[in-house]
Design a protein around this ligand. Sequence first.
Ligand SMILES: C[S@@+](CC[C@H](N)C(=O)[O-])C[C@H]1O[C@@H](n2cnc3c(N)ncnc32)[C@H](O)[C@@H]1O
Length: 213
Amino acid sequence: MEQIITNPAIEQYIDQQKSPADALLLSVERATHLKAMSPQMLSGQTQGNFLSIIALMMRPRRVLEIGTYTGFSALCMAEGLASDGLIYTLEANPEIAPMAQEHFSMSRYSDKIVFKIGDAREIIPSLDETWDLVFIDADKTSYCDYYDMVIDRLRPGGIILADNVLWYGKVLENKMDKKTKVLHEFNKKLANDARVKCVILPLRDGINMAIKL
Ligand SMILES: C[S@@+](CC[C@H](N)C(=O)[O-])C[C@H]1O[C@@H](n2cnc3c(N)ncnc32)[C@H](O)[C@@H]1O
């Protein structure tokens, strides 16, 4: 059963008292709701601001995003890139890819975004980079695999953010479905991994934030 993670009135208040998104992000959000399937997958402005702030704090040179969708979160993180920074963003669905590509082309960060279409599980091992920041936001059943794929390539002090780790509160259930089970395993895996320090933020559907020690 789905649970309320944050009191809806508090959530509404949080959404109202945030810095406004720029014109491109607003138009990406609008286009996603008008034209794309499952628009609830988009990070949204509040979470987008969180992603931008983390990137602005870190000024990362190399960011990896797993799960592009229409490009909203990649554009948010691109705002904080170092002057020689790049964000690699990976998307398996060729039907949504042209929309993301269009949004990237309209952005002032277009030359900083490396957009790869295909299965992240196949692409990640081919990327010869050391990551400063990784955002995991693709198929939930692969979260543990994505973590294992990136942790050795994350620099000490680097950050992993993983979205939807509370899965509508279903991680509290005794009888979990497959996705919930993997997300719960993922949260336990990070909590028990001495290589990182992590905390789950109850923002929207839950973000697990881990720093590599
Ligand atoms: C929740 S959406 C991403 C939302 C986006 N990060 C944002 O905040 O706007 C998840 C995306 O991951 C993609 N995806 C699912 N499995 C994938 C895989 N194995 N490799 C790459 N992308 C995948 C889906 O097609 C979908 O577009």
